[in-house]
Design a protein around this ligand. Structure first.
Ligand code: B1H
Length: 768
């Protein structure tokens, strides 16, 4: 059935008799807990080549096509880069004619709608399906049952082997909805299969007096697909999040097997037809779930099941943050999915046996084990079961291989590879920045959408003053557009002639929005001391959501807004610098902001940001980056030969060494009068609110002091900005660097990333 979805709907289905197809068609199943497609209508029209025709036709009727696009809600099934990456990958897979299905959950509510009220983040329900749900097609024919809890029984089967049955389970219907994701001028579409949880009890008659119990039971089941990342502060939330993960993998693995069998294929040939990708640790339970299906339902032996699965499965790690390397209480796993726990225990037992044979020390075996200390470690399981494991940038992959998963890399050296992330340059350049795209296309010819690497050709025009002037003009026009949009949507006026300095991403301590605010406070202090100080007129634009229970992240949002308000009160300073916080950052807002960005802040503490993709979006749209040596920043900087890059701060290695040697922010404070000024200002407060808590977070000698080393990198950050400002004051030179950077960005197209995955990991069949 899914072949249907991989055929472009307006093209004639190739009439190939099955017997004539010699090689197995290998399809990707991309398992992901997040998926952020943004809006679909514009993208689909664009990919079909119909955008301009529709726009013109509507214009004749006096209708602005953008007004129609604005009706559609973003499908907010994700939180940030990881979910967006999945969407970019599906676009490239379809464009390049590789068959792929992404499996995710049809969350009833998206992440949340963010408003800023009194400077603070307020969260509102995101009912994305009201309009964003228009693209969903219900697939009742593919519904499957997912079982939780209950008891596992065993008995001897007719073949003499041990068989397992499950009794007293909670049965949940996994009901899929398909969303077709178009590629650009391609023969096929990718499919996004979104699973929703339904109670199966509606078919059963309700006994007298039991109705409300039955309703509560149904609600509890439907909660499984209610929200992304349910809070794990309480035990009930942890159970829910865990159930959600098993729900996704059980439904998708059953689907993979059902489709495989439905096509008349042999279950023993699974690995020739199917590549299964674990996107971060959340879907790791696909491994024991597939073991269960193959052994308990298809009578595979342990070894045959394991050999099949390890040929199918690969894993991408997206972060080194400890909280995302999931570990579940063994008791929880045992209680919620008892058969799966048995299988994981056996994988662990065999793995420990293997490590013992390799003569690993007991301490190392414990460290690598899948179950240890009454916990189940998902990353260890994913690595042990995957034939390839990759990080998402060179620096990150190196950290995985040499630090985080060092012991695994020793026993499985060939499994660890790097695939640097990419973005679909169609959405993130051609669609969102038509002025720049038209200009580039005029210069270099050809179809940029098909060949991102062709941008390299721009190099030929680096000495053409008119082209550089045009690049600068386009940026100004895009800034004007954004200013107009901001005025309409948030009632805020910004000056398009000021430099747009942009930091947009999830609010997290490691991403160091705080460091950027410290710089703004420093500039404010400079202007207070001397209103005539030579400081460039700048608009500092922030956007991003903080997790609703992340207190420090929410304090940082408050600080940004209070600094903004304080600056506004000063008639002179507010003419030079202005801070704005754009509400409810989303794919759609990013599409408006990237073309207007001049300075893109990518300032995570080195070693913490696995890749980043906002960096690629910004530079492709003609921004220069202020960045640390982290994630893909390092590769972007390298590709443009380190000229015109503004890199500052400690390297990942230096960060480690500084922690080891003992980091003391007080010493830095005592030796830098600018930092003293900034800390004093935090203590005194902004717009009537003191930020003593943040001052002491930065300085306190408690264990939590300046966890992400804002003070360590402060001075270099300021100095790097001075160099950047000097370049900005020479528009032709700035424009030339911008143009050269754009010319190098073809490498960061998701098309290249997908070709890397296809060649080195998935080995998919290209459909003709
Ligand atoms: C990324 C996450 C993430 N990596 C767990 N990991 C989460 C993991 O709430 N959770 O449980 C939430 C988010 N997100 C991002 O992936 C990285 O931070 C970026 O650096 C990277 O560019 C992106 C895509 O690879």
């Amino acid at each position: 059935m899914d072949e249907l979805f991989n055929i472009r709907w307006n093209s004639k289905r190739p009439d190939v008799p099955r017997s004539a197809v010699k090689k197995p068609i290998k399809t990707l199943h991309y398992l992901t807990i997040e998926f952020l497609p943004g809006r679909t209508l514009k993208n689909t029209l664009f990919n079909l080549g119909w955008h301009d025709i529709f726009a013109q036709a509507l214009k004749q009727k006096g209708i602005d096509i953008n007004k129609i696009f604005d009706v559609e809600a973003d499908a907010g099934l994700g939180n940030g880069g990881m979910g967006r990456l999945a969407a970019c990958f599906m676009d490239s897979l379809a464009t390049l004619n590789y068959p792929a299905t992404a499996h995710c959950i049809k969350y009833d509510y998206g992440l949340f709608q963010q408003r800023i009220i009194d400077g603070q983040q307020a969260e509102f329900l995101d009912e994305w399906q009201n309009t964003g749900g228009a693209w969903l097609t219900a697939r009742p024919d593919e519904a499957v049952t997912v079982r939780f809890h209950g008891n596992v029984g065993s008995y001897k089967g007719p073949d003499g082997n041990l068989k397992f049955n499950y009794e007293g389970c909670q049965e949940v219907e996994a009901f899929p909805f398909d969303m077709m994701l178009s590629g650009y001028d391609s023969h096929i579409v990718s499919n996004l299969k979104l699973w929703s949880a339904k109670s199966k009890s509606s078919a059963k008659r309700v006994n007298y007096g039991e109705y409300s119990n039955r309703v509560n039971e149904a609600k509890e089941i439907e909660d499984i697909s209610s929200v992304l990342y349910p809070s794990i502060e309480q035990a009930s939330g942890r159970t829910l999040r865990f159930k959600q993960q098993y729900f996704l993998v059980s439904a998708s693995m059953q689907n993979v097997i059902n489709v495989h069998l439905h096509k008349g294929r042999d279950i023993n040939d699974l690995s020739s037809f199917v590549a299964i990708h674990i996107n971060d640790t959340h879907p790791t339970m696909c491994v024991p779930e597939l073991m269960r299906i193959l052994m308990d339902e298809h009578s595979f032996s342990w070894d045959d099941a394991w050999n099949t699965i390890t040929k199918c499965v690969s894993y991408t790690n997206h972060t080194v943050m400890a909280e995302a390397l999931e570990v579940w209480d063994a008791d929880l796993v045992m209680r919620v999915v008892p058969r799966i726990y048995q299988i994981i225990s056996e994988i662990d037992r065999r793995f420990r046996e293997y490590l013992t044979k390799l003569k690993k020390e007991p301490k190392i075996i414990e460290h690598m084990a899948i179950i240890s200390n009454n916990s189940v470690r998902m990353a260890n399981l994913a690595i042990h079961a995957s034939h390839k494991i990759n990080g998402v940038s060179k620096v990150h992959s190196q950290i995985l291989k040499e630090r985080l998963f060092k012991h695994f890399a020793e026993i499985y050296p060939d499994r660890f590879i790097n695939v640097t992330n990419g973005i679909t340059h169609r959405r993130w350049l051609a669609e969102c920045n038509p002025r720049l795209t038209e200009f580039i296309t005029k210069l270099i010819g050809g179809d940029l959408c098909k060949d991102a690497q062709a941008m390299e050709e721009l190099c030929r025009f680096l000495d053409d003053t008119n082209s550089i002037k045009k690049i600068n003009e386009i940026k100004l026009e895009n800034k004007k557009d954004f200013a107009e949009w901001l005025k309409i949507h948030q009632g805020i006026t910004i000056n398009p002639e000021s430099r747009f300095d942009v930091l947009v991403k999830r609010i997290h301590e490691y991403k160091r929005q705080l460091l950027n605010v410290l710089r703004i406070i420093y500039l404010y202090n400079e202007l207070k001391n001397n209103p005539k100080a030579d400081i460039l007129p700048q608009t500092f634009i922030f956007a991003g959501k903080a997790a609703s229970n992340y207190i420090m992240a929410k304090r940082i949002i408050k600080l940004i807004n209070q600094v903004a308000a304080e600056i506004e009160k000063d008639k002179v300073i507010s003419k030079i610098i202005k801070v704005v916080f754009v509400e409810n950052y989303s794919v759609t807002i990013a599409e408006k902001l990237m073309p207007a960005t001049e300075v893109s802040q990518q300032i995570s503490l080195a070693g913490q940001e696995a890749s980043g993709t906002g960096n690629m979006k910004a530079v492709m749209n003609g921004a220069l980056m202020m960045c640390t040596y982290d994630g893909a920043n390092a590769e972007i900087a390298h590709l443009r030969c380190n000229d015109g890059t503004f890199t500052f701060g400690l390297s990942p290695f230096e960060v480690e060494r500084t922690w080891r040697d003992g980091y003391n922010p007080i010493d830095i404070y005592n030796s830098n009068k600018d930092i003293v000024g900034v800390i004093d200002a935090l203590n005194n407060g902004f717009n009537g609110e003191s930020f003593k808590d943040i001052a002491s977070y930065l300085l306190n000698t408690c264990t939590n002091k300046d966890n992400y080393m804002c003070l360590a990198d402060f001075e270099e950050f300021i100095e790097a900005h001075k160099k950047m400002d000097a370049l900005y004051r020479k528009p032709l030179e700035w424009g030339k660097v911008v143009m050269r950077n754009i010319s190098k960005m073809g490498y960061f197209s998701a098309d290249r990333a997908i070709l890397d995955y296809v060649k080195n990991v998935w080995h998919l069949t290209k459909l003709k």
